[in-house]
Design a protein around this ligand. Structure first.
Ligand SMILES: Nc1nc2c(ncn2[C@@H]2O[C@H](COP(=O)(O)OP(=O)(O)O)[C@@H](O)[C@H]2O)c(=O)[nH]1
Ligand SMILES: [Mg+2]
Length: 367
């Protein structure tokens, strides 16, 4: 298999080059942005793979599950879209998806611009294939609204604090260093404490760095909310007990590298001091896709209730949000789009996320 590189100003143009040079059996191996602008696609033709994809040659008996080639009727199978996407993790099936995309649905003139746009947004190719594959077979106009409906179905949102009978509700924000946990705790405190007029308390477990607890204490003083520092499971349980008159207790934690399993386990042990603590995983949207997936795995031990994405103001690529929702099966609860406390926080909605992921109406690049 000979790998070839294609560079062009836009994904659509690079895809066209791939099809022209390598034909319909091209397999996209990777896509990326060039430092000086433009995109690069590595692609190749693997005749064994493409023969198997076409049902021609002798397929490998141990091949990973292959997506249904036959177009499903409109709307069918949408409910288990996420499950089928999750099944597409094997390398062989991934290649089949990509090869099918390049030579099949993605080549159709009405679909190609949508395909290119989603690739540019760095949506996982397997998800794109599920979203667009049978839409292409339906043909016709108005693909964008149909895509929007499917996308919204995949984008789970919600999991804001459900204030059950047990008070206070306890939310801990966990996540890598520097993603904006402390800032987001402050924004949430303002949202729930000042706007929704709930009784909010703050706890910081970030005693790891000198002066780190001070950051949250300052927010507490400004907003006139009680704030406590805890370093052990017992201290944490004590702090929550002291905040028993609160509706919601927000817990800030120390940033940990997802690869630092020992420290993650230590933090988990502290959080277990209050078993009803619900964790929410904070991730920065501009983080590279592979690193986001590593964080998801590393912080999986906290069984996060939701994902919170920060720094949306620093990127224009939102595919990773969709990729992680599908991969984790967790909803997105909040989006942070700037440094300002408390303004730069929004509750995640399907519409808001889909709007960021889709091209503006009429703004599709068709060249
Ligand atoms: N641009 C941008 N910066 C943010 C956002 N959220 C937090 N930050 C900044 O990121 C840096 C780290 O934030 P911090 O809350 O201390 O992160 P932590 O280590 O996870 O607690 C600070 O400079 C914040 O102002 C956001 O949504 N957008
Ligand atoms: Mg912090």
């Amino acid at each position: 298999m000979r790998v070839m590189r294609f560079t062009a100003p836009t994904m659509a143009q690079a895809m066209r080059q791939v099809r022209q040079s390598l034909g319909p059996d091209a397999v996209i191996l990777s896509t990326g942005r060039l430092p000086g602008g433009g995109v690069e696609i590595s692609a190749a033709v693997d005749h064994a793979l493409s023969a198997a994809a076409a049902g021609g040659g002798a397929p490998e008996p141990q091949a990973a599950p292959v997506p249904e080639a036959a177009p499903a009727p409109a709307g069918a199978g949408l409910d288990d879209l996420a499950r089928r996407v999750a099944d597409l993790s094997g390398l062989a099936s991934r290649h089949l998806v990509l090869s099918e995309a390049a030579g099949g649905f993605a080549a159709r003139p009405e679909v190609a611009p949508l395909y290119a746009h989603l690739m540019e947004q760095e949506v996982d190719p397997a998800i794109i294939a599920e979203l667009l594959g049978d839409l292409a077979a339906l043909g016709g106009q108005n693909l964008l609204p149909r895509l929007a409906i499917r996308l919204k179905k995949l984008l789970q949102v919600g999991a804001g604090p459900r204030l059950g009978p047990e008070r206070p509700a306890v939310w801990a924000l966990v996540g890598p260093t520097g993603v904006g946990k402390t800032t987001t705790v402050a924004k949430l405190a303002a949202t729930y404490g000042l706007k929704h007029r709930l009784k909010v308390g703050l706890i910081t477990l970030d005693t790891f760095r000198i002066a780190a607890p001070e950051q949250l204490m300052v927010y507490g003083r400004i907003m006139d909310l009680p704030a406590k520092v805890a370093a052990t499971a017992a201290e944490y349980a004590q702090a929550v007990a002291e905040l028993h008159d609160r509706d919601l207790v927000l817990v800030d934690t120390v940033g940990r590298s997802q690869s630092d399993q020992e420290n993650l386990a230590e933090l988990k042990a502290v959080l277990e001091g209050v078993p009803r603590t619900l964790c929410h995983l904070v991730l920065a949207c501009p983080t590279r896709g592979a690193d986001l997936k590593l964080a998801l795995e590393g912080f999986g031990i906290f069984e996060p209730q939701s994902l919170i994405f920060t720094k949306l103001d620093e990127t224009r690529t939102f595919g990773p949000i969709l990729n992680l929702v599908v991969k984790s099966g967790r909803p997105v609860s909040y989006l942070a789009n700037g440094q300002k406390v408390p303004d730069d926080l929004e509750e995640a909605t399907r519409e808001g996320l889909a709007k960021r992921l889709l091209p503006p109406r009429g703004g599709l690049q068709t060249s």
